[in-house]
Design a protein around this ligand. Structure first.
Ligand code: NAD
Length: 250
């Protein structure tokens, strides 16, 4: 008997899976036996990632998660291709600019909210009826330690990730009776393309808040997400798995 996380024959959707944490999740899932649909708005990168990881196990689907209709169409494509959906990882997200509250542009606020909050809500909404009918599902939302602690000069991002935590807790209760576990993770900073959106001052601030004294590795995030996405996560729901390297104070 193996003690490894078993995702054999599971079908997963990973939003924002073309790069960064999402790509590490895709790699971990296929290594554990799953097949994965990448929902990403960056078609070229999603296709490149799927080609690199192997089309037999990874399917790129162009989806902008801020559009409910596009999400529903993507979900229908996955069911047509693979026959079912067992796992949804809501990972797509943006940081938005690091700016003072009174300078923060209105359109940037709306964009952060659309991608980070509307996206997970629409994806959960689209897969839930299918998972309910099957009587099984695992949903993992990628929030952030900013959603628990609040980062300065990142008010929109922090608020959006707090919303993801509340969405997780709400759906954890609402979907529990169908054996659909809904949990989230709260990573600290990991060096990905999202860093391109951040000021050096903000990156230094985030590192100074990590008691581990280093950035999170994307593989470490993927390992926790893989557990929450597995059948072994059979009782826990509505939970917040801390990935802050010790920053969380509760
Ligand atoms: P990344 O920028 O490397 O990758 C994000 C991916 O999401 C990209 O492939 C992008 O094309 C995709 N995406 C963005 N908007 C989309 C949309 N509307 N529809 C579909 N796809 C979209 O980011 P990352 O660092 O890997 O972050 C992944 C998640 O982890 C995000 O939710 C982020 O907020 C969260 N997070 C990251 C860090 C970090 O320091 N990297 C820390 C805490 C939380």
């Amino acid at each position: 008997m193996s003690n490894a996380i078993d995702l054999k024959d599971r079908i997963a959707i990973v939003t924002g899976g073309a790069q960064g944490i999402g790509r590490a999740v895709v790699e971990r899932f296929i290594a554990s036996g799953a097949r994965v649909a990448i929902f990403d708005r960056d078609t070229d990168l999603a296709v490149k990632t799927a080609d690199e990881l192997g089309r037999a196990r990874v399917m790129p689907v162009t989806v902008d998660v801020t559009k409910l209709q596009a999400v529903e169409q993507g979900v229908a494509e996955v069911i047509a291709a693979f026959g079912k959906i067992d796992i949804l990882v809501n990972n797509a997200g943006i940081a938005g600019p690091n700016m003072k509250l009174w300078e923060y542009p209105e359109d940037a606020w709306h964009q952060v909210m659309a991608i980070n909050v509307d996206g997970p809500f629409f994806c959960c909404r689209a897969v839930a009826p299918h998972m309910i009918a099957k009587g099984y599902g695992r949903i993992v939302n990628v929030a952030s330690i900013a959603g628990k602690e609040g980062n300065p000069n990142a008010s929109a991002y922090s608020a959006s990730k707090a919303a993801v935590i509340a969405l997780t807790k709400s759906l954890g209760k609402e979907l529990a009776e169908y054996d659909i576990a809904v949990n989230c993770v709260t990573p600290a900073a990991a060096k990905t393309a999202i860093f391109d959106q951040l000021s050096q001052q903000h990156i230094d601030y985030m590192l100074s808040k990590i008691p581990r004294g280093r950035f999170l590795a994307v593989e470490e995030a993927a390992a926790t997400i893989a557990f929450a996405a597995s059948a072994d996560c059979s009782f826990t729901t509505g939970a917040v798995f801390d990935l802050s390297g010790g920053r969380a104070t509760y």
